[in-house]
Design a binder for this molecule. Structure first.
Ligand SMILES: NC(=O)c1ccc[n+]([C@@H]2O[C@H](COP(=O)([O-])OP(=O)(O)OC[C@H]3O[C@@H](n4cnc5c(N)ncnc54)[C@H](O)[C@@H]3O)[C@@H](O)[C@H]2O)c1
Length: 316
């Protein structure tokens, strides 16, 4: 029960005789916590959807299960959240055993659809990170299953929540600039912010749907939201003119790199204890290199996630 509802209900009950004792008793009973499970215990899952959600809403929800394909990372996650729930590497087992009210999906983008669809079918409402999914077929499948099960999917577009973007929304609603008949929207990323998308799976279309999906989904969402419109047609062009093949030297990842002194994108992940615990300490399970080289040449991975190669660092 929302605090406001609680206050209204109890206030009314105490002030008058409209409410029966039963209603009062149920209003005064502690609200039942929502049972929440999470799949994908990386930086995003553990941070914004783990530690922060527990800090803000720990009185209203409890984690009943954590799942990740990497057994070390999910164990690290449990420790970081300070929760007692079981951990899983098998998603179906988690859903069958824990029966959550809400499933948080924070895995790699191209896997969201699998967990959203299954989660809905197991009877959970879904909170998923953006992008909801990476292509139109998966998108349609999610919409169909959402309709069939009557459960809800919420895609968490956090860009909407910054004060200036909310102000734009308000100003547009107030009519201060009249009817909007046309909009130009540009979003520029500098090469340093951009670099983080080239260190790992984001740079591979089969995992992120390309940056036109992974990143630009925020921008399309802002426009749709501000203008209350849905696009009828979308197209995009792009080219890799930086990162990847566009350099004379490269290595697997930053930590052992022989070029660290001359590379403008050398990133010393060892300075960040949290990231070292989530990623470096669990590399041995799947070869996921969080500080992968931005100059890697491949634009497609040689194997699908999870890495099956005997030399796992080649996978991403
Ligand atoms: N809204 C934002 O601004 C924002 C910012 C960062 C990330 N994100 C989104 O959050 C999600 C997670 O991002 P991240 O940076 O934490 O990525 P990450 O790669 O660090 O974490 C993803 C986790 O999912 C796990 N995983 C991958 N495939 C799996 C599978 N089949 N089954 C179970 N676990 C699996 C990985 O082992 C990893 O621990 C992505 O969808 C990303 O687009 C959104």
């Amino acid at each position: 029960m929302e605090r406001r509802t609680f206050a209204q209900l109890t206030g009314t009950a105490l002030a008058g005789s409209l409410l029966t004792n039963n209603v009062l008793a149920s209003a005064l009973a502690p609200a039942k916590k929502k049972r929440v499970a999470m799949v994908g215990t990386g930086h995003r899952g553990l941070g914004m959807w783990g530690v922060e959600v527990l800090k803000e809403h720990g009185d209203r929800l409890e984690f009943v299960g954590l799942c990740d394909i990497n057994p070390g990372r999910v164990a690290t996650g449990k420790k970081m959240l300070g929760v007692k729930c079981p951990t899983y590497t098998n998603f179906d087992k988690m859903m069958r055993e824990t029966k959550p009210d809400i499933l948080i999906v924070t895995t790699v983008d191209d896997t969201h659809n699998e967990f959203i669809v299954k989660g809905l079918e197991y009877g959970a409402d879904i909170v998923t990170e953006k992008p909801m999914t990476t292509d139109e077929k998966k998108c349609q499948q999610i919409l169909d299953v959402e309709q069939r099960t009557g459960k809800k999917v919420k895609v968490t577009f956090n860009y909407r929540y910054s004060p200036h973007r909310q102000k734009i929304y308000e100003l547009l609603r107030s009519g201060v600039i009249g009817n909007v008949t046309s909009a130009d929207f540009h979003w520029y990323l500098d090469v340093h912010h951009g670099a983080d998308y080239f260190r790992r799976w984001h740079r591979l279309r089969e995992h992120s749907g390309s940056l036109l999906v992974h990143k630009a989904t925020h921008h399309f969402d802002l426009l749709n939201w501000w203008l209350e419109s849905d696009p009828e047609e979308v197209y995009a062009n792009g080219q890799l003119n930086f990162y990847g093949k566009n350099n004379s030297f490269r290595h697997t990842h930053c930590r052992p790199c022989p070029h660290k002194d001359k590379c403008a994108f050398y990133w010393d992940m060892t300075q960040d204890k949290r990231l070292m615990a989530i990623y470096a300490d669990n590399e041995k399970y799947d070869g996921y290199l969080r500080d992968g080289c931005v100059w890697k040449k491949t634009s497609t991975s040689s194997t699908r996630w999870p890495c099956k190669s005997s030399t796992p660092t080649r996978c991403r």
